[in-house]
Ligand binder design. Structure first.
Ligand code: TPP
Ligand code: MG
Length: 332
C-alpha cells in the first residue's frame, strides 16, 4: 500500500535528491551509449531504440511518483526502466536475450517488464498500450489502492484510434491515469508537421475535457514539478491528466536509421539544450555540485554500466522450454 501520497515540490527538494536526478540521467545516457556499442558488436540483435536526449522526461516524471504507481511505456523504454529502478544488469541481460533478463530474455529491448517494480512494459505497437493503461487504472480505481498509472508514448501515437478511445474512456470513467506524451517531433522519419493538423499535442486533450499542459521535456526540474502537480490531481480522483513534454532524440529512430530526413543543424541546436549539461550547470551555479562531484558520478555510472555488460555477457541463454512459459497466465 502506498505510504507517501504526494512528493515534495521542486523548491523543497533536498540537495541529495537533486544530485540523484542528475545521476539517473547520466546513468541512462551512459547505458544507452554502451548499448549502441554492444549492438555494433552484434551482442544485441533485433531492434534497439535509444533514449538519448529525452532523459529529463523519464527521470523527472518518474521521480515525482510513488514507486508503486503503475508505469507503462512505448518501445523506447530503457530510460523509463532505469528511472524506475529496474536493475541495470538485468536490463542489459534482456537486451542481450539472456535468461537473467527482466523478461527472461524473451522480450528484448522493446518489452522490458517487471511487475515487482510496477513496470508494466515496454510496448512495440504504437498507442497499443494506452487502453491497457486504462484497464490497470480501472482496477486501481475499483480496488481503491491509491495508485495512479503513468503512460508514456510518443507524438506518433496521437493519430492512432486507440489514443482517442483511451483518452475518451479515461475521461468518462475518471480513471487515475496521467498521459505523458514525449513529443520529439518525429515518428520514425516522419515530421509531425507533415501528418498532424494540430501539432500542439496537448490541445488534443481538450476534446476529452481533460486538463493538459505543454512542458519543457529538456528540463528535469520542470518535468518533476509539473508531474507532481498533475499526479496530485489524478490521485485525488479528479480524473485523468495530460502532459506534452517537448523534447528531441539525439540519435536515429533505431540503430538502423541513417537520419536522412533531418539535417545535422537541427540536432546540433537541440544539443545546446542537453538536459544533462544544462542541469549540471544549474547545480554548479547553485553550489550543489562541483567538477569533482560530477566526475565521481561519471565514474560511478561507468562502473554500473560496465558491470551490467559483464553480467549480461556471462549470463546463460534461455532454455528451450522457456518457449512455452509465459504464453498464457500461469499460477506461479
Ligand atoms: C500501430 C503501429 N504502426 C506502425 C508501427 C511502426 N512504428 C514503429 S515506431 C513508429 C514511430 C512512432 O513514433 P513516436 O510515437 O513519435 O515515438 P518515438 O520513436 O519518436 O519515440 C512507427 C510508425 C508500429 N510499431 N505500430
Ligand atoms: Mg516521436
Amino acid at each position: 500500500m502506498t505510504q507517501l501520497i504526494d512528493k515534495p515540490a521542486v523548491k523543497e527538494l533536498p540537495n541529495e535528491q537533486l544530485i540523484e536526478l542528475l545521476r539517473k540521467m547520466m546513468l541512462i545516457r551512459r547505458f544507452e551509449t554502451k548499448a549502441a556499442e554492444m549492438y555494433s558488436k552484434q551482442k544485441i540483435a533485433g531492434f534497439l531504440h535509444l533514449y538519448n536526449g529525452q532523459e529529463a522526461i523519464a527521470v523527472g516524471a518518474i521521480s515525482a511518483l510513488n514507486n508503486d504507481d503503475h508505469l507503462l511505456t512505448h518501445y523506447r523504454d530503457h530510460g523509463h526502466a532505469l528511472a524506475r529502478g529496474l536493475e541495470p544488469e538485468r536490463i542489459m541481460a534482456e537486451l542481450f536475450g539472456k535468461a537473467t533478463g527482466v523478461s527472461s530474455g524473451k522480450g528484448g529491448s522493446m518489452h522490458l517488464f517487471d511487475t515487482e517494480k510496477f513496470f508494466m512494459g515496454g510496448y512495440a505497437i504504437v498507442a497499443g498500450h494506452l487502453p491497457l493503461a486504462c484497464g490497470i487504472a480501472l482496477a486501481n480505481q475499483r480496488l481503491k489502492n491509491n495508485r495512479i498509472v503513468i503512460c508514456f508514448f510518443g507524438d506518433g501515437a496521437v493519430n492512432e484510434g486507440e489514443f482517442h478511445e483511451a483518452l475518451n474512456l479515461a475521461a468518462v470513467w475518471k480513471l487515475p491515469v496521467l498521459f505523458m506524451c514525449e513529443n520529439n517531433f518525429y515518428g520514425m522519419g516522419t515530421d509531425i508537421r507533415r501528418v498532424s493538423a494540430v501539432i500542439e499535442v496537448y490541445k488534443r486533450a481538450a476534446a476529452y475535457a481533460m486538463p493538459s499542459k505543454q512542458v519543457d521535456g529538456m528540463n528535469v526540474l520542470e518535468m518533476y514539478g509539473e508531474t507532481v502537480k498533475a499526479a496530485k490531481r489524478v490521485r485525488a480522483g479528479d480524473g485523468p491528466s495530460f502532459l506534452e513534454a517537448i523534447t528531441f532524440r539525439y540519435r536515429g529512430h533505431s540503430m538502423a536509421d541513417p537520419e536522412a530526413y533531418r539535417n545535422r543543424g537541427e540536432t546540433e541546436r537541440w544539443r545546446e539544450l542537453d538536459p544533462i549539461i544544462t542541469f549540471r550547470k544549474t547545480l554548479t551555479e547553485d553550489g550543489v555540485i562541483d567538477d569533482g562531484a560530477f566526475e565521481t558520478l561519471e565514474a560511478e555510472v561507468e562502473d554500473i554500466v560496465n558491470e551490467a555488460v559483464r553480467y549480461a555477457e556471462e549470463s546463460p541463454v534461455p532454455q528451450l522450454e522457456e518457449l512455452y512459459r509465459h504464453v498464457y497466465k500461469e499460477d506461479s
